[in-house]
Design a protein around this ligand. Structure first.
Ligand code: ATP
Length: 234
């Protein structure tokens, strides 16, 4: 059974077709990067996948069931863009809240360590730096011990050291048999972390291959491949 199956999924916002006839299949244990220029449909695709948006047409299944059922079963951990926390809660409170929502949570001490927040556990989430906030959101996604992690531009505000630790944690999580899908604008991160890169442009998949295969399209350069595939100048 595939972890993710999107079958010809289309979603409009008024006259704008954000995602059109999107096909995406992801098997267990993969780390998949979703790339695409601004407005390509990455966030919409992830929202459709999580059941936060309904498709106009097409089907979405996670672990062979509708997204809402997979979420209820505690199989999914997500880090959507710009999700907030209750002001005044501490990092530990946030981790405990997530743990309480899932049937098989990870130990809080492991979650805090994986997110690099052990020494910030008692800090209020509304007093964290930008990069620390991202890490707290990752901790929230991870705490339930989900089998699929969906991360929308997860490392955006992290510094170099935090990024390295974060991506090491993500790879380690996948090596335990879990599945990770993340969006990013950092091509080198997709190249270094993902087994597979899916490139979106104007709401459709224009490439779905290994980082090596994508680089070949650009004569060895992922940046050139991205420009060729998406028709964008970056
Ligand atoms: N709620 C909405 N209402 C109207 N249009 C929307 C809405 N959400 C997204 N769109 C439009 O749908 C298209 C895809 O947007 P989406 O946010 O999925 O792109 P993205 O690839 O995540 O972009 P970015 O890299 O800038 O985050 C864009 O044209 C966007 O303006």
């Amino acid at each position: 059974m595939n972890v993710v199956e999107l079958n010809r999924v289309t979603r409009h916002f008024g006259a704008v077709r954000a995602v059109g006839d999107l096909d995406l299949t992801i098997g267990r244990g993969s780390v998949v990067a979703l790339l695409g220029p601004n407005g390509a449909g990455k966030t919409t695709a992830l929202s459709l996948l999580l059941g936060l948006l309904e498709p106009d047409r097409g089907s979405v299944t996670l672990f062979g069931r509708p997204p809402s059922a997979a979420v209820r079963a505690g199989l999914i951990g997500a880090m959507p863009q710009d999700s907030g926390f209750v002001p005044g809660a501490t990092v530990r409170d946030v981790v405990e809240l997530a743990r309480a929502l899932y049937p098989h949570p990870l130990p809080a001490v492991d979650v805090l360590a994986a997110a690099g927040l052990t020494d910030r556990a008692g800090r209020r989430v509304d007093r964290l730096s930008g990069g620390e906030t991202q890490r707290a959101r990752f901790a929230f996604a991870l705490a339930g011990g989900p089998e699929l992690l969906v991360l929308d531009e997860p490392a955006a505000a992290m510094d170099v050291t935090a990024r390295q630790a974060f991506w090491d944690g993500v790879r380690g999580y996948a090596e335990d048999g879990n599945t990770v899908l993340f969006s990013t604008h950092q091509l080198h991160e997709a190249d270094a972390v993902a087994d597979r890169i899916v490139v979106l442009a104007a709401g459709t998949v224009v490439a779905d291959a290994t980082p090596e295969q994508i680089r070949e399209i650009g004569g060895g350069s992922l940046d050139a491949a991205f420009r060729t595939l998406t028709g964008s100048e970056r």
